[in-house]
Design a protein around this ligand. Structure first.
Ligand code: NAD
Length: 495
């Protein structure tokens, strides 16, 4: 067994970026009352605090949203569209500051944080464009005698719960379509990363989003929040992004008041590399699908399946690419892998690697936590991963590429689908027929074909099986915040 730990660890942030990030943090409102601390995962040191809202305070925000929502639902579509457009412009104007905030509270390298700002702002631009499109149509009844008018009305007060891995994009992907549809919102970001959402919400108000439409609840009592808020009769919708376990519990709660529910849940994406793949393209695609966001993405390539004929060449090339990654503080020069989100995540990586290697997997690079105050784990490639090991059956959420081999197309498809998750899958082949034949058989909502980063504001992002319900982004993302109603108008002939 070869074991080479990545040694390039940059712990010193760029001083100018650090200084500017402190200035941006200082712009955030100072919490009144009880609060909790937010840590920089690169140093494990506190950087700010946020109000620790109680369930009662969350219900006050529900009341505020309810009041503001009545007027917003009547606001002309063009006004909604223009306000969203202005919010988009402010997000772009302040993109460097938002990126710094993302890096400080979540850890991803600044270049990736900038990419998230572009991606997150794009949802606001997209829904500024969707907002003004017709929200209904007129239809004929086949037998005549009446006219139908359909209308897409706002679903109503929407509770939006987001995870820590994309602090801006997961929030804008929900808030922008909710506002475009005419709904007021109560937004609960993850307690690990609330600062970006608070900042983005302040920009929305500066952009002209009326007071009371975006209410950010920051709390360490997530369960008390959902128990109180989802049972409030003024709430009509819950949209959640996070783990399948929490999503399933929220669906039970939402069932009590029959709330419209959108669930973007966990993944266990398979990435298939066939013998007829372009090696460079497959390695670049697998690297992007695995290492984007340090592997902390719901569509990360969790299981990499490589066909026997290309397996060794692919594994060697990916190992080389992984071992050259510069790890460190996301504000450090040229760093391309930041820390994991917390100590628990590092412990989980260590445990997954140990379990897999005990059962025969081979560490080609990395394999362990890195020293330093923050939560660093070396970019790791494991070859010959046993199919029933924990790393092959659970969501890794870290920088470990777990490689398995396969012999035939049929075997690859069966193994790829052998999971309760169904969010994303990836196919690498130069054969168009194979690409489409395999994509058709993958039980996922998303398929990347010769492509490691399939997400886009224009795409209907979402999963099947236990990866969720509903879609975000695209025109379908707006429908999640609309109810369809129809008027049946009696119509008789006149002379
Ligand atoms: P998580 O489920 O622990 O938390 C997500 C959010 O839910 C956080 O805001 C958290 O505070 C809140 N939460 C937790 N328990 C709650 C409760 N009882 N009531 C109300 N809110 C509650 O997930 P995480 O660790 O923040 O994020 C990682 C998970 O998110 C992974 O499983 C990942 O696959 C998934 N994810 C999915 C998508 C997608 O679009 N499908 C996108 C990003 C992340």
């Amino acid at each position: 067994m070869t074991k080479s730990i990545a040694t390039a660890l940059v712990t010193t942030p760029d001083p100018a970026a650090l200084r500017r990030s402190e200035e941006v943090i200082a712009e955030l409102p100072v919490p009144a009352g009880s609060s909790f601390g937010i840590l920089d995962p690169a140093t494990a040191a506190p950087i700010a605090s946020a109000a620790d809202h109680s369930a009662e305070q969350a219900l006050e925000m529900v009341a505020t949203a309810d009041e503001a929502g009545a007027q917003w639902a009547k606001t002309p579509l063009r006004v909604r569209a223009d306000v969203l457009r202005r919010w988009y412009e402010l997000l772009v104007e302040r993109s460097e500051d938002i990126a710094l905030l993302i890096t400080r509270e979540m850890g991803k390298p600044l270049a990736e944080a900038r990419a998230e700002v572009a991606y997150g702002a794009d949802f606001v631009r997209w829904y500024s464009e969707e907002a003004a499109r017709p929200h209904g149509d007129a239809r004929q009844l086949p037998a005549g005698g009446a006219q139908l008018i359909t209308q897409r009305a706002p679903v109503g007060l929407s509770v939006l719960i987001t995870p820590w891995n994309f602090p801006l994009a997961m929030a804008t992907r929900k808030i922008a379509p909710a506002l475009a549809a005419g709904c007021p919102t109560v937004v609960k970001p993850a307690a690990l990363t609330p600062l970006t959402t608070i900042f983005a919400a302040e920009l929305a108000v500066q952009a002209g989003v009326p007071d009371g439409l975006i209410n950010v609840v920051t709390t360490t009592s997530a369960s008390a929040f959902s128990q109180a808020v989802l049972r409030d009769p003024r709430v009509r919708k819950v949209s959640f992004t996070g783990s399948t376990g929490v999503g399933s519990a929220l669906m039970s709660l939402a069932a009590e008041n029959v709330l419209r529910s959108s669930m973007e849940l966990g993944g266990n994406a398979a990435l298939l590399v066939f013998d007829d793949a372009d090696l460079d393209r497959a390695v670049a695609g697998a690297f992007a699908a695995k290492m984007r966001n340090g592997g902390q993405s719901c569509i990360a390539a969790n299981r990499i399946f490589v066909q026997d004929g290309i397996a060794e060449a692919f594994t060697e090339a990916l190992t080389e690419k992984m071992s050259k990654v510069l790890v460190g503080n996301g504000l450090g020069a040229d760093v391309s892998l930041g820390p994991l989100i917390d100590e628990r995540a590092v412990a989980s990586m260590t445990q997954l690697v140990t379990e897999a290697t005990d059962r025969g997997a081979e560490v080609r690079t990395g394999g362990s936590a890195l020293p330093g105050a923050g939560y660093f784990f070396a970019p790791t490639l494991l070859a010959d991963v046993p199919p029933d090991s924990a790393i092959a059956t659970t969501e890794i959420f870290g920088p470990i590429a777990a490689v398995q081999r396969f012999a035939t197309q049929e075997e690859a498809i069966i193994r790829a689908n052998a999971t309760e998750f169904g969010l994303a899958g990836y196919v690498f082949t130069e054969s168009l027929d194979r690409a489409l034949n395999v994509a058709d058989r993958l039980e996922t909502g998303i398929v990347g074909i010769n492509q490691g980063v399939p997400s886009n504001a224009a795409a209907p992002f979402g999963g099947i099986k236990q990866s969720g319900l509903g879609r975000e982004g695209s025109a379908e993302g707006l429908e999640e915040y609309q109810v369809i109603r129809f008027y049946n108008i009696a119509r008789r002939a006149t002379a």
